[in-house]
Design a protein around this ligand. Structure first.
Ligand code: PLP
Length: 441
């Protein structure tokens, strides 16, 4: 597959180049030149297909010829090793649990897929350094996705004191090829240091730098896989249903996940509507209503992985619909809520359905409540994180002591290895060139 830039001012590239570059020079986003439509036979077989098999069929056209069929098959086997169950919460409403991976968040899928692709592309003898800034969840998914991958070093920058304890443990205790760097500053400072590193000529001479940002096509495209899987599982559980279209609600921040779901629909997946479900950071629901897209500074909420005021994947959605507001509106419904409503619904669903929602999934669940009665389809919402990841909020709402899942518990018992730096590029450059070592604590 060839990929062009949504800004149209940069040359087309192959899958491999798009993965290594991350972003086109013109600051657009890479977008596939054609979107393949899968045959009816694929959808008939879907309810009985395993995740790695689905992944192979869905992704093959995008990764050819840079990954051979054998390589892609092997990667899909290594990435999709954890279950993604579709759980019935109540009549006509299902939760797609995307939180059974190593860091208990859906970002595990994309991070693992990207790391395996980069590994396949890393030139022998010249190690690749993956540099990423995180405000929490991206760091843990990327660190765990790249752990132990040969020929790749991962450097994770995070604001000292600015991430939750569980999140910090997930990327500071791994060792091996993962180096955590605590910056005296805020997330924006970390992001600025990363940008400076990419434009530094001295560094470019000495090392091969790559970014694991969420807009990378190798993180974006594999997210399509679980939408196909969700529909297949829904058919399997409802074989007699006449109507075969569903509505899928996606808790959204940077809108990569929703853009992947929409791309799956372009490939033939029978989804009638998507719901763009957000917290008070409602730039996209506002756009859906008015046609005006106005990025704004983000505001803090309890669904903090969705606190994004300028969603970086949104141009892909506009590209898919030829920038036509009415066309987007026909498929994507907008929804947003404030924290109070989220807290109430977590309590209600826990009491009445005995199902524990996390704050992000709760927003998507609420959006189905509003829309389903008028849409005449079944509804699936994405549960993007394990509720215990937000233990602080959940315990406060329910008055309980939510146990941490085993995957997360394991991180808490290991020593942290962190390099502390000032908000100063020369210190980051020293880390990247191996001249500063971690302290144990
Ligand atoms: C990252 C994240 C989101 C938002 O996903 P986007 O693809 O950025 O829209 C939602 N929920 C959780 C738990 C996340 O970690």
């Amino acid at each position: 597959m060839r990929f062009y830039s949504t800004n149209c001012q940069a040359p087309e590239v192959s899958f491999k180049e798009a993965v290594i570059k991350g972003l086109p020079q013109d600051k657009g986003l890479f977008y596939p030149q054609t979107i393949p439509v899968l045959p009816a036979s694929f959808f008939e077989a879907l309810p009985d297909m395993e995740l790695p098999e689905i992944a192979f069929e869905v992704l093959r056209a995008y990764t050819e010829p840079d990954l051979s069929a054998d390589q892609l098959q092997e990667i899909c086997q290594e990435v999709f090793t954890f279950p993604i169950p579709l759980v019935k919460v109540e009549n006509n409403t299902y939760s797609l649990e995307l939180f059974h991976g190593p860091t208990c968040a859906f970002k595990d899928v994309g991070a693992r897929f990207m790391s395996r692709c980069l590994q396949a592309f890393a030139q022998k003898g010249k190690p690749l350094t993956v540099l990423v800034a995180t405000s929490g969840d991206t760091g843990s998914a990327v660190a765990n996705g790249f752990l132990g991958v040969e020929n790749i070093e991962v450097v994770i920058l995070y604001p000292n004191g600015g991430v939750s304890e569980v999140q910090e443990m997930q990327f500071t205790t791994l060792g091996q090829n993962i180096q955590a760097v605590a910056v005296e500053g805020v997330f924006d400072d970390c992001q600025a240091l990363v940008k400076q590193a990419f434009s530094d000529e001295e560094l470019a001479k000495n090392m091969q730098l790559s970014s694991a940002n969420s807009i990378n096509v190798a993180r974006w495209l594999p997210q399509m896989v679980y939408y196909f899987h969700a529909w297949g599982q829904w058919r399997k559980q409802n074989p007699d249903q006449q109507q075969d279209e569903v509505t899928i609600a996606v808790p959204s921040g940077n809108f990569g996940n929703l853009a992947a779901g929409l791309l799956a629909r372009e490939m033939g997946l029978p989804v009638k509507y998507y719901i763009a479900a957000t917290n008070r950071n409602k730039v996209v629901p506002d756009y859906l209503e008015s046609g005006n897209y106005t990025p704004a500074p983000s505001v803090a909420t309890i669904a903090n992985a969705m606190d994004v005021g300028a969603p970086n994947n949104f141009p892909r959605i506009l590209e898919m619909f030829q920038q036509n507001h009415i066309s987007v509106q026909q498929v994507v419904k907008g929804f947003w809520v404030d924290d109070e409503k989220v807290k109430t619904v977590i309590q209600e669903v826990n009491d009445e359905q005995n199902y524990l929602l996390d704050p992000h999934g709760a927003i998507a669940y609420l959006s189905l409540k509003q829309y389903l009665p008028s849409l005449q389809t079944a509804g699936i919402f994405l549960e993007t994180a394990h509720p215990a990841k937000f233990k602080g909020s959940i315990d406060e709402i329910l008055g309980t002591d939510t146990p941490l899942p085993e995957q997360l518990q394991a991180f808490l018992n290991k020593p942290k290895q962190v390099i502390n730096i000032k908000n100063d590029f020369s210190e980051l450059a020293a880390v990247l060139q191996g001249n500063l070592s971690p302290s144990l604590s």
